[in-house]
Design a protein around this ligand. Structure first.
Ligand SMILES: *[C@@H]1O[C@H](CO)[C@@H](O)[C@H](O)[C@H]1NC(C)=O
Ligand SMILES: *[C@@H]1O[C@H](CO)[C@@H](O)[C@H](O)[C@H]1NC(C)=O
Length: 391
């Protein structure tokens, strides 16, 4: 079992070290510009990082989205006169035919009149980049009026750009049509309409962090610690029955925290429109089911000498190791989705590697103890209280 343990740890570490998905947290500071706010916009898997400079009346933004195709465009706009596309003063980014990213400004006075040119407000420091299928528009806009507390924003992604640099029509799916809302410059929230609606990215980020911490602590740390206690403390006669209570305490607390974390995850999942993290979700549901079965195992445990105890052990250990592997795997899947600052991922990797190294050390010690016991068994009668090491 131990080699399997380590193979799992290290394959998890290597496959998950570099890969990262879009989220507010990945991009909190971009090229040394630190944005004070980030909103996960409610449609099109898009993000807006922004800072308000009230004294200069400017808004610095970084709009992040995936274009509809790799040859597509992304756009973010302020609409000073309405709340949809007509009237929007848009920044559009795409890859020019010479291969470099360009930002153009479009005055969209109506669906039929989309003019490249100056906007109703000054825009400076425009720039765009394209990396890993994700485009970003950077800009500093002078707010249309002094002291504005909110602006209407519109964003969009499209499939292609004509040879003369004009963005092709975007799709008319509900997500495309719904990609507009109000950005509240005072509270930092974005909402899907003047009357509120989907919660802002900031509060959702907080909920996601709570979900991440609960689950990393329970499935990702407490459960493995409980397994290590059960597997290795038990080899020492003096630790009986203390190991059992420690083990049960660890796993029952892990389960309680894990269920709370699981529930926050389901809630978060149901709030996400149009994005589902299927693997993370499925593993989460499997974990909850297995762990619930495992809690029942505690009550169904036959006596040590019962003839069914052997089968119970196989079942308990089988499910236990499955939870261990799936739990750690899902913490990494969750880290991919949440993409917190790299120190969090590093902290978890260090914790789990330390536990892995501890397990390896204890595995060696256990085998030395067993070998010694075997060699002294020939001279001493077998100590009946010892349980065989399983599995
Ligand atoms: C590429 O084309 C865009 C406009 O089409 C232009 O602004 C930019 O300077 C060009 N870049 C290079 C490196 O030629
Ligand atoms: C945008 O287009 C409309 C209609 O053509 C025009 O009235 C308006 O002045 C334009 N805005 C700017 C900033 O050029």
């Amino acid at each position: 079992m131990a080699p399997f343990f380590f193979l799992t740890f290290f394959s998890l570490l290597t496959t998950h070290l570099s890969h990262a998905q879009l989220s507010c947290l990945t991009l909190q500071s971009i090229n040394k510009i630190v944005y004070n706010h980030c909103n996960e916009l409610p449609h099109l898997n898009s993000y807006l990082h922004w800072s308000l400079d009230a004294s200069k009346n400017t808004l610095s933004i970084a709009f992040v989205a995936r274009p509809a195709t790799t040859d597509g465009w992304i756009s973010w706009a302020i609409n000073p006169t309405g709340d949809g596309m007509p009237g929007a003063q848009a920044l559009v980014a795409f890859k020019a035919s010479n291969g470099s990213m360009v930002v153009k400004t479009f005055n969209i006075s109506s669906y039929s009149s989309i003019m490249e040119g100056k906007l109703a407000f000054n825009v400076k420091d425009t720039r765009a980049d394209y990396f890993d299928g994700v485009m970003r528009i950077f800009a500093t806009v002078e707010l249309p009026e002094k002291g504005m507390t909110s602006v209407n924003q519109v964003w969009q992604v499209g499939p292609s750009v004509s040879a003369d640099g004009f963005p092709a029509k975007h799709a008319f799916q509900p997500a495309n049509l719904g990609a507009k809302g109000r950005l509240d410059l005072l509270s930092g929230q974005s909402s899907s309409g003047p009357s509120g609606g989907i919660g802002g990215g900031d509060s959702r980020t907080k909920k996601r962090n709570i979900h991440g911490i609960l689950n990393a602590v329970s499935w990702g740390i407490l459960f493995p610690v409980g397994v290590i206690i059960a597997r290795y403390l038990r080899a020492f006669p003096s630790a009986d029955p203390a190991w059992f209570y420690l083990h049960a305490f660890c796993q029952v607390s892990a389960y309680a925290i894990g269920v709370a974390g699981w529930a926050t995850g389901l809630k978060l999942g149901s709030e996400l429109k149009g994005v589902t993290y299927n693997t993370h979700r499925s593993i989460g549901i499997a974990l909850f089911s297995l762990a619930t079965v495992q809690i029942f195992a505690l009550f169904l445990r036959p006596n040590k000498d019962h003839k069914f105890r052997f089968y119970w052990n196989i079942y308990h250990h089988g499910i236990g190791y499955s939870i261990l592997v799936l739990g750690i795997l899902n913490v990494f899947k969750g880290l991919d989705i949440l993409s917190p600052e790299s120190k969090w991922r590093s902290a978890y990797i260090i914790t789990i590697s330390t536990l892995g190294a501890l397990a390896l050390l204890l595995e060696v010690i256990t085998w030395i103890v067993i070998m010694k016991r075997k060699s002294s068994k020939s001279t001493k009668p077998y100590d009946n209280k010892q349980q065989p090491l399983a599995p």
